[in-house]
Design a protein around this ligand. Structure first.
Ligand SMILES: Cc1ncc(COP(=O)(O)OP(=O)(O)O)c(N)n1
Ligand SMILES: Cc1nc(C(=O)O)sc1CCOP(=O)(O)O
Ligand SMILES: [Mg+2]
Length: 241
């Protein structure tokens, strides 16, 4: 199964060991996927390479046991090396999410091949211009944010002169209109944000703390995915692809 052709970024969980209040990462992933999450990104700024590889193996096994390994993409943040090592070990990891300071998407594509999923964080400044003119041939989607300032990533939205700039709903609506790729939006997203976010037309939302930090991650996931499904979307003027 080519995950690129079925990629669904509508409900996108990002999680690592530092986000779970001590609970095992696979436990959080299970709660999310059993309750409708469609994409999982393993992200840790503290875990060792070996720990990340173990997490990849555990999460891939979990997705298989849930019968979701051909539906729910498993991605790794930043670490092309981890994706390559996981593959070498026979672990099904579908791709990587890279940011503007990470390994270029073109290099990821070259090393991971045509079937890998590659996500890119859109540039923080001149967002609309960037997305309009960016060469997207190696990428599958754009991540954009933050919608709100967030303790999960305090530097998100911080400009070089120290100001905090968050994404307005108008900007996200425009982003959706100009982007040749699907767009997933995150940064402080909570259930209450979903109706307005969906109305912008963007293809999905990404969250860490709304699920990984919730007292009851399964209930939180169910609430978010059912709300997202129910909310009307802005119809796109020009269809993508
Ligand atoms: C889906 C998604 N969108 C954006 C990001 C942020 O990536 P990046 O800019 O590389 O920052 P870090 O996550 O590495 O701190 C993301 N991870 N996922
Ligand atoms: C990983 C990440 N990237 C962001 C961006 O704006 O680029 S915000 C973010 C963290 C999102 O976590 P939470 O849902 O807990 O706010
Ligand atoms: Mg990164």
């Amino acid at each position: 199964m080519n995950m690129r052709s079925v990629l669904d970024i509508s409900a996108y969980l990002i999680v690592g060991p530092e986000n779970t209040k001590g609970r095992p990462v696979p436990e959080i992933v299970r709660s999310a996927v059993e309750n409708g999450f469609t994409c999982v990104q393993l992200r840790s700024k503290t875990a060792s390479a070996r720990e990340m590889l173990r997490l990849c193996a555990q999460t891939a096994d979990l997705l298989t046991s849930l019968g979701k390994s051909d539906e729910v993409a498993l991605l790794v943040d930043d670490r092309l090396d981890i994706v390559l090592a996981a593959r070498e070990a026979g672990i099904k990891v579908d791709g990587v999410h890279v940011g503007q300071k990470d390994i270029p998407a073109s290099v990821c594509r070259k090393l991971l091949g045509p079937e890998a999923v590659i996500g890119l964080s859109a540039r923080a400044d001149a967002l609309i211009d960037y997305v309009t003119h960016c060469d997207t041939k190696d990428m599958d989607y754009f991540g954009a944010g933050p919608l709100h300032a967030t303790p999960s990533k305090p530097e998100a939205g911080r400009t070089p002169d120290g100001r905090m700039v968050t994404r307005s709903l108008d900007e996200l609506t425009q982003l959706h209109r100009v982007s040749p790729l699907p767009v997933v939006v995150g940064g402080g997203v909570k259930a209450a944000d979903l109706p307005a976010l969906k109305a912008c037309g963007v293809e999905g939302f990404f969250v860490i703390s709304a699920i990984a930090g919730a007292d009851d991650p399964a209930a939180a996931a169910h609430r978010m995915t059912s709300l997202w499904r129910r909310c009307p979307s802005h119809s796109k003027i020009k269809s993508k692809g």
